[in-house]
Design a protein around this ligand. Structure first.
Ligand code: ATP
Length: 362
């Protein structure tokens, strides 16, 4: 487990525990988030990401632990004394209020004058690309437009922290991809520290500065999208962020593993000892097709299935002496050269600098 400690932390979570009856939803979660960072809490359903966001928002109090925002202990601060804006999955706009009144809602309680409110609403609508929609009602807007209004409402008071709870998951794929970019650009422009909860790895990879990968109430890994993808600390992270093939193996020497009949070399150093069980892992895009069966880590495989994925082709390969097939992705250019066919026997290579090694049996 890792946790990022940054000297200019804006939000600090120290040893947060959350229990619901006998169920421990969060177990000793510590995390530091720097000012202006875009952080994604990423994990499968039930891993505790929403519970953590609710604690940060003050919607729930943790069983134990401390939460600091800009150096101030806010663990028990009531919501009205907290400095954040929030966007939920379900838009949560007031249906009986106009767009303008929805956005200005938080400004009214801050006693901002009518003229200033009107100007701020206009500015925010321009920011989210909905100029001129002041007098519309939520029901007259599409899902994507409603979510833009929800975003404008969350930003109206210029909060120090923006919390996004699966804001895109109710939208269809095209709107989602578009809004993803817009939110990211807006966040960069405003520099507002942002936390987004998502179970969608693509969303986290494309939007986050830091990804916090969660599993069963604990943080499995924290890092930049590039780092988490290239250097997963556990099989869970390897499989949850991106796609990964796994082969079970046994350590037979320094940088050498035996997987079935196959002797594999790998560059990654580990603390594993000879005789230890291991899992070897490789991303589909790292599997190569080779014409030279004497290259290191080269083995015969049969192409079981080919799938056209637009910019690339995915093949399902049955390796000799291995039950579990593996995936290999190649570009359309490579495909044109290789002319792979279903049923064909090929030589595939698992490059030793691309193999990840994890201790323990599968
Ligand atoms: P999802 O993506 O499905 O929303 P999540 O990662 O956000 O999942 P949480 O909603 O944080 O997960 O829930 C973590 C665990 O705590 C789950 O097992 C959930 O059933 C449990 N839990 C959450 N809130 C409560 C509650 N109010 N009472 C009892 N159990 C709860």
């Amino acid at each position: 487990m890792s946790s990022k400690v940054s000297s200019n932390a804006y939000l600090e979570l120290h040893n947060i525990h959350q229990s619901f009856g006998s169920h421990q939803a969060l177990k000793d979660v510590s995390l530091h988030i720097a000012e202006g960072e875009f952080v994604c809490f990423l994990g499968p359903s039930g891993c505790g990401k929403t519970s953590l966001l609710r604690i940060i928002a003050g919607l729930d109090t943790p069983t134990s632990g401390v939460l600091l925002q800009a150096g101030k202990d806010i663990t028990h601060a009531p919501i009205k004394h907290r400095d954040f804006g929030i966007v939920f999955q379900s838009y949560a706009l007031f249906p009986n209020l106009t767009v303008a009144d929805n956005i200005a809602y938080g400004l009214v309680s801050q006693k901002v004058s009518v003229n200033d409110r009107r100007a701020r609403v206009k500015e925010l609508l321009a920011t989210v690309g909905l100029s001129g929609s002041e007098s519309k009602y939520p029901a007259q807007l599409s899902g994507g437009q409603q979510q833009r209004v929800a975003l404008a409402r969350a930003l109206a008071t210029s909060p120090g922290l923006l919390l996004l709870d699966e804001p895109l998951s109710a939208l269809d794929a095209r709107v989602r991809a578009h809004l993803r970019q817009e939110i990211k650009q807006l966040q960069e422009k405003l520099g507002v520290t942002t936390i987004m909860v998502t179970h969608d790895q693509e969303e986290a990879l494309t939007m986050a500065d830091q990804i916090v990968v969660m599993n069963q109430g604990v943080i499995e890994q924290i890092g930049s999208p590039q780092n988490v993808y290239a250097h997963p600390h556990s099989p869970f992270v390897a499989e949850f962020v991106g796609e990964m093939n796994f082969l079970s193996a046994e350590v037979t020497g320094a940088g050498q593993m035996q997987s079935g009949q196959l002797t594999l070399h790998c560059d990654q150093s580990t603390h594993l000892m000879q005789g230890d069980k291991a899992q070897l892992a490789i991303r589909p895009e790292d599997v190569r097709f080779s014409t030279n069966q004497h290259d290191n880590n080269t083995l015969s495989a049969q192409v079981i299935h080919l799938e056209f994925l637009g910019s690339r082709v995915r093949s399902l390969l049955k390796l000799d002496n291995h039950k579990r097939p593996i995936l290999a992705d190649i570009s359309m250019n490579e495909m044109a050269n290789l002319q792979l066919k279903q049923g064909q026997t090929v030589q595939c290579q698992l490059p030793q600098d691309r193999l990840h090694v994890f201790g323990g049996a599968a």
